[in-house]
Design a protein around this ligand. Structure first.
Ligand code: NAP
Length: 250
């Protein structure tokens, strides 16, 4: 299918990355674009979405903007229609959009709005987008879904003491990623045998807006695990939780 921008989507792998205007999501889009894929840049803010698309195209990628707020049913439905119109199917969905929820997150004084915001974007947003995109993913020969989780969502690491423990006290962000991990397992169980592989990936502590650039990894390094999970071969793992070094304990 020719769409006037040099993209031939009948032959090209088509991906959608949510929250791709900056940070790790942008670098995931750049990495998938470098593979010659056609990459949908999901982002809610028009100016920042268009700037990201322009930058990706300037780097040689085939990129297209997808207006997308993962908390909004109508926005997600419109994104499905846009991807269907452009490509007729979706091969890879990367659920990258995420928020900390902000506010006070020590459990005894946690800001309930922070808990709601984290769950709304990091969990419900992922379910909303995934279910809406599933009909397009089912048209792919090798569909993949990647959920950007965090090692702070690992119950094993949350409950470990000393150097094995991760993250600050967090009753919103960290549990939202534990919730996302559990949801990932549930999808993998239901989708077993369909060819759809769904996994959670942890990018590591990466310097982005999310942590006021305190992270120690570059966004490009943070993107690597998602790119690996997006490019899994048929028969690869599903329902797993991975970081660059290998499996993350649940
Ligand atoms: P970031 O730079 O803050 O980027 C987050 C992205 O999510 C932005 O593009 C943001 O868009 C988008 N987003 C937020 N709410 C959205 C919504 N309702 N609809 C659509 N997009 C929305 O953060 P990041 O560090 O790259 O994080 C990317 C993912 O990696 C997140 O899931 C995060 O939890 C995970 N992660 C990050 C780290 C780390 O150290 N940075 C570690 C582990 C896991 P706007 O620009 O419009 O706000």
């Amino acid at each position: 299918m020719s769409n006037g921008t040099g993209d031939t989507t009948s032959r090209t792998t088509v991906a959608l990355v949510t929250g791709a205007n900056k940070g790790i999501g942008y670098e995931i889009a750049a990495g998938l674009g470098a593979l010659g894929w056609s990459v949908g840049v999901g982002a809610r803010d028009t100016a920042r979405r268009e700037a990201a698309v322009e930058k990706l195209r300037a780097g040689g990628a085939v990129a297209f903007g997808v207006p997308l707020d993962v908390t909004d049913d109508a926005s997600v439905a419109a994104a499905v229609a846009l991807v269907e119109e452009r490509a007729g199917r979706l091969d890879v969905l990367v659920n990258n959009a995420g928020v900390t929820g902000g506010g006070q997150q020590r459990p005894t004084v946690v800001d309930l709005a922070a808990v709601r915001a984290a769950v709304e974007v990091n969990v419900i947003g992922v379910i909303r987008v995934t279910n809406a995109m599933l009909p397009l993913l089912r048209r792919s020969a090798s569909p993949r879904i990647v959920n950007l989780s965090s090692s702070v969502g690992s119950l094993t690491r949350q409950s470990a003491s000393g150097e094995e423990g991760v993250g600050p006290l967090s009753a919103a962000y960290a549990p939202s990623k534990s919730f996302l991990n559990a949801v990932t397992i549930q999808y993998a169980k239901e989708l077993a045998g369909t060819g759809i592989l769904i996994n959670a990936g942890c990018p590591g502590f990466t310097a982005t807006d999310l942590n006021h650039f305190r992270g120690v990894r570059t966004p490009e390094q943070g993107a690597a695990i998602a790119i690996r999970l997006a490019t899994l071969p048929d028969g690869g793992p599903s329902g797993g939780f991975f970081e660059d070094a290998g499996v993350v304990p649940w």
